[in-house]
Design a protein around this ligand. Structure first.
Ligand code: UDX
Length: 438
């Protein structure tokens, strides 16, 4: 099928390349010339494992191209809208400027019988508004809502083999049948493999995404709340998580206590959900998400407090090695990153912060040029008074405590992701502190 993908960021670039891989003829559109330039040369404009290879393969096949000109999307049957919905400046609500701009520029090129498919995470009610707009301005076209659940770091795999497909379809039965047919065709490979397809109205499809992210954020903050209790009682939150995780109703995944969640989705999505629920007069129903957010943000300060405590009450002019800047491993994304936040807080307290990350230094530097960045962990570790692990990259998890002991000035390690073997580090002579661990 000829398809277009509007917006070539973390979501859209992967989606465009994945759709070409499974056999569609794809054009990716973005207003950012630098991004389109890189993608056109088969290079990912951000770090995502497997994406460079996928782009090279798809570009070579002749089924994938990129453009800054919306007119190049005119012959597509299906148009995916995959632009960002960041937190609005000065508020909690989602900023829909990019979604509205994408639809506005798409309308003049929509051909009779084409389908616009929303993938962006939007406040419930957005799809109905956009559908009315399209019905008025491009009556031969329709809208479906098809949220995306990909995780950064696994985006390629999650897009090609999703664990479920959600189709939010128009109320009109004929339009719904037509849209469903097109979506089944575009996702034919996944549908044939038996991927569950959940068909719903627009509002449910929009809420599925919001609810999923709210649930995941709540799960993480739940275990981080238990970490706070563990800290007051001498209990070990990692053991607690292992034990409750054996209950299949609870499950062990997303129960890793630490410095908390960040990224371009979870934090802003729970805030946007709260803002939307308040608009709907249902603020009470999701009031707990404010507490989820507050618990999450508290863990950053707790980590900083531990560093201060271990350095005798002040980090002023002490060397602190901050290992990790990305919001999670296998990503160069520093949006709302707890790691970057911790580095900035330590700098604010007068520490000599030496920050590093295998992929995220360039993005971190753009946001916080005042931090001192070093290319490798070694540069940060030499003469460190404290070592802080804030993103659990494999190369940090696998650091040899005996070898690192030789590099630092003061063997104190603060494990913000509870990802190190505490016994091994202690045995090598380190003072080890985790979050929610004795
Ligand atoms: C998330 C959702 O998982 C995904 O389904 C949705 O499409 C987009 O938002 P992503 O932002 O890529 O994906 O990251 P995710 O893997 O969910 O991690 C989010 C944050 O939570 C990271 O900062 C991570 O370090 C943190 N986290 C995750 C924890 O602190 N503990 C955990 O147990 C799991």
């Amino acid at each position: 099928m000829r398809i277009s993908v509007i917006g070539c960021g973390y979501l859209g670039a992967v989606h465009a390349a994945a759709m070409a891989k499974i056999g569609h003829d794809v054009v990716g559109i973005d207003v950012d010339r630098a991004k389109i330039g890189a993608l056109s040369e088969g290079r990912a404009p951000f770090y995502e494992p497997g994406l460079d290879e996928l782009l090279a393969e798809a570009t070579e096949s002749g089924r994938l191209r990129f453009s800054t000109d919306m007119a190049d999307a005119a012959d597509a049957r299906l148009h995916f809208v995959a632009v960002g919905t960041p937190q609005a400046p000065g508020g909690n609500a989602a900023d829909l400027t990019y979604v509205d701009a994408a639809v506005a520029s798409l309308i003049p090129v929509l051909a009779e019988g084409s389908l616009v498919v929303g993938k962006s995470t939007v406040p419930v009610g957005t799809a109905a508004r956009l559908a009315a707009w399209i019905a008025d301005a491009a009556p031969g076209s329709a809208l479906a809502w098809n949220p995306e659940f990909l995780r950064e770091g696994f985006a390629v795999e999650d897009t090609i083999s999703p664990d479920r497909l959600v189709y939010g379809l128009p109320d009109d039965p004929d339009a719904a049948t037509e849209a469903r047919g097109l979506l089944d065709e575009v996702y034919a490979a996944a549908v044939e493999r038996g991927t569950p397809v959940v068909v719903s109205d627009y509002a449910t499809a929009e809420l599925v995404k919001t609810a999923a992210n709210a649930f995941l954020a709540t799960k993480i903050s739940f275990i981080n709340a238990m970490a706070e209790i563990a800290e007051a009682t001498g209990a070990d939150v990692t053991r607690l998580a292992d034990a409750i995780g054996h209950d299949a109703r609870i499950g062990r995944r997303f129960l890793n206590a630490g410095v908390g969640f960040g990224g371009g989705c979870l934090p802003k999505d729970i805030r946007a959900f709260t803002a939307r629920a308040e608009e709907l007069g249902r603020g009470d129903s999701v009031a707990f998400l404010k507490e989820v957010d507050a618990i999450n943000l508290r863990r950053r300060q707790r980590l900083v407090d531990l560093v201060v405590e271990e350095l005798g009450g002040s980090v002023y002019e002490r060397n602190v090695a901050v290992l990790g800047l990305a919001f999670k491993p296998d990503s160069d994304d520093v949006r709302d990153s707890p790691a970057l936040d911790v580095a900035v807080r330590l700098l604010g307290l007068g520490a000599n912060v030496l920050a590093t990350d295998p992929q995220a230094v360039a993005n971190a530097r753009l946001r916080h040029p005042q931090l001192f960045y070093v290319p490798s962990p070694r540069n940060a570790l030499v003469d460190a008074d404290a070592v802080v692990i804030v993103t659990e990259w494999r190369e940090y998890r696998e650091l040899d405590p005996i070898a690192v002991r030789e590099m630092v000035r003061n063997p104190v390690v603060i494990d913000g992701r509870n990802c190190l073997d505490a016994d091994a580090w202690r045995a090598a002579g380190w003072t080890y502190r985790g979050l929610g661990r004795p």
